[in-house]
Ligand binder design. Sequence first.
Ligand SMILES: Nc1ncnc2c1ncn2[C@@H]1O[C@H](COP(=O)(O)OP(=O)(O)OP(=O)(O)O)[C@@H](O)[C@H]1O
Length: 676
Amino acid sequence: MPLPTRVLWAERNFGSCTRVFAINTRHTWRYPLYSPPVTQNRLYNAYPALDTSYIKPKTYFGLGTTGHVESKHYSPKHNEVIEFLNSNFQFPRKTANAEELAIRCPKCRPRKGTYYTAIIRTDKGTFKCSDCQTVGLWYEYTRRFNDSELSKLFSTIESLGFRSNFSKPKEEIERYSTLMKDYPEVIKWFEKSKGLTQETLEIFKVGVAKYHNIDPSNSLREEFCITFPRYAPYYNHADQIEPDSQIVRIKAWSTESEETVAFDPPSTVTGLFGYDLVPHHGEEIILAGTEFDAMAAYQETKIPSTCLPHNSYQLSIEVLPLLERFSKIYLWFDDDVAGQDAAEKFAEKLGIERCLIVKSLNGQLDGPVNAQQALEAGKDLKEIIKSAKPLQHEQIIGFEWLRDSVYRELVNPDQVQGVQSIDLPGLNQVLKGHRRGELTIFTGTTGVGKTTVLSQLSLDYCKSGVNTLWGSFEIPNVRLAKKMLQQFAGKELTKENIKEFPIWAEKFQQLPMYFLKFFGSTELTKVTAAMEHAIYAFDVQHIIIDNLQFMLAEQARYHNDRWELQDRTVGTFRRIATERNVHITLVVHPKKDEREFLDINSIFGSAKVTQEADNVVILQRRITENGEIRYLDIKKNRFDGTLAAIPFEFDHESLKIRQLTKLDHDSRLKIRRKAH
Ligand SMILES: Nc1ncnc2c1ncn2[C@@H]1O[C@H](COP(=O)(O)OP(=O)(O)OP(=O)(O)O)[C@@H](O)[C@H]1O
């Protein structure tokens, strides 16, 4: 398809995706070709024949951020309405009248039945909703669209790197599924251990390929992998109504280590597993936890099924537009504490009136906890899905929900305790785990290693699926990310081994780790707005603020104002932690204190700081004749009161700390005592 006019673009990195402002030069840059801005992939989807000579990358033209069509009297050009609807994943539907399309109303969301209650004229862009009776011009349609939550741009959060193209030619990627038939042993494995048929694998275009396993515990070798493709709608020509589908991302999963080896490309792109199976007029979909669950659910119920795009409970903003068209969404995650928490959170995000929560246990005390296990155990998945229920309103709780939740907590005490640290098992013994909804105050003298330890710990939890947001107000993100990458790789990356950098970086990029772009003194309202957005857009569960003093620097004129501001800030973080159910770790410097060991009163500010906290951790340094010993000293633990100091040593190569065994610790102290 020829490009209608010259197009320039301005590219900016927003969160985990690159957004492209496409600007139609024929209209003297008055409005972007797409409104709101589209991702690079979407621009290419719409214009596969896009000539790169038309494009001036990485230039920001300073248009209004959402790029509204400016005039009320503007009438859309030929095909502009369809292109706009398609590029914003509106999935318009044909009607008896060739000039009219059925669309979702930009204003209302009907409580029952289909969402496609509005009609839009393809030539004028005027629309009318039969449900709420709203009538509007094209200008109003685009404006409502731009004002919606989904289209708000986000410029305060970044993730690392952004390779968004495949590592191999697309034709090769598309061939993966055809290779599966040459591996009967793999097909048999799916049948025997997962209960999934060859037909299901073919329907979902599951394939095989070799990918590098770059997990730190494995050598950097290629592994035989199962490939699960993610599909996105694709439009071949400007007036196409029913889209085709194309592969936009591959998840490579090793049968040997039973873990995800790679995402190709690593950066998040709009696309979902099995999305190509949804009929154009489809009204319902099952959103399961993993590909195995999605395939099991589809195989038994024949309802189109997909799964979460990442390996954690994260429903990122990129895929939300793909789910907007459905009036019924079944959320089928593990029937345990974490899975049901996620189901409730996602139901709120997607709209509780259209979500039904599926519980595999179905009130049973034990048994299979997800769709794939239910299939393997010979359960009737159709019956399970029939008993799915909507989320209760948050202020009205039914006894049945309470009963299930209490039961889940009783049988999964470890999950209630929180995510366990792999690097520092001693911390699990004291704090019992990393829980949502808590506020941790972290302190220690200058240069004792606060950032280093928090970087390692946050990485540790993030690897276990805790979506994390870092607010580093003292050191720039690049330096923090470099430290984190070194800890992740377990070694220093230098000029000599720079070849390994892309491999580690790509693996790192797949972690749900985000960074606030702020640096130095920043207003609290700006920080909290960015935190709120990250919680919504990336399902962030852990936020680290390093540190309070740098964030508030020079914002208060007098000493007392400073304390008042600090108290107010801590109070606000406390409220966000509780209300939004996220763990906030706040680094606070101690008062000037020369004593060898700090205590809870050494923390800068008023007593409110430690009163508001659920946990207080002090990084201590004890000088001995045999060098020094550092400790993670837990001074407050609201969960169960256990307090202890965990001694550790530091490895300069990996920048990681390692807990000292009791023997090591005692022998170091003994030398000290002997010396006295
Ligand atoms: N346990 C340790 N032993 C020796 N060196 C360490 C240890 N932990 C961190 N370091 C090194 O000390 C330096 C300072 O560490 P870091 O920035 O983590 O300290 P901090 O307490 O956050 O500092 P600040 O008070 O300035 O915020 C870094 O170069 C780091 O590699």
